[in-house]
Design a protein around this ligand. Sequence first.
Ligand code: KIV
Length: 259
Amino acid sequence: MQKITVKKILSKKNKTPITCLTAYSKTTAQIADKYCDIILVGDSLGMVLHGMKTTRDVTIESMILHGKTVKKFSKKSLVVFDMPYRTYTNKYIAYKNAKRVIKLTKCDAVKLEGGIKVAKIIKYLVNKKIPVMGHIGLLPQSSTNFKLKGKNIFQKKKIFQDAVAISNSGVFAIVIECVVESLAKEITKYISVPTIGIGASKYCDGQILVIDDMLGLSDFFPKFVKRYSNLREIIDKSIKNYTKDVKTRRFPSSKNVYK
Ligand code: KIV
């Protein structure tokens, strides 16, 4: 089993699609690690696990707890830690936080949301030997509307410039979230680092989804999610049967009892 490195991810550009998923727990990390190049400890955990309205309420301490677990149970994948809202407001704050996060969680890289606005911060972190993944297009930490981006020429130009700016700052990959296909295609063709799409078409160099969405565990159904399972239904049936068994004294049976 070969550990996936940043260099390996970069080498996949224009060759093999890069497989990524989020994970927040021991079990999902262990399973995703078998198949994925990158595991993202995403701040989406605020919404997915804790029912928060936005990712802005996610604290660095809760992310560190999940980051430690995911990294501990991932042996092969590159584990990326999503820097939460307001933890990278300038390059010094970003470095202090990212250094602490890497030290405590042992994650391989961090992810920052934003384009031109955070380009200098990214450059500073990369110069300090912290690998950074970028994130452009729809930015959950700063966006108030969860709408498709890049529909008009102004947005297209801005997102394209964002991609170029952070690519020049030294990111090893860029997540492109919820943009029109033509823009994702153009960016992927133009920049030298891999693009990882989420709602950004097959033209990206890789794909990422939030694990609870693709497993059918969340109640979030945007068009860009393909559901590979319906865990919500499976869990519902299991819990229903369990409570029925308890009420009818069918559980515990002789098989579950110590004599
Ligand atoms: O937090 C997250 O899960 C993310 C993905 C949507 C890319 O940033």
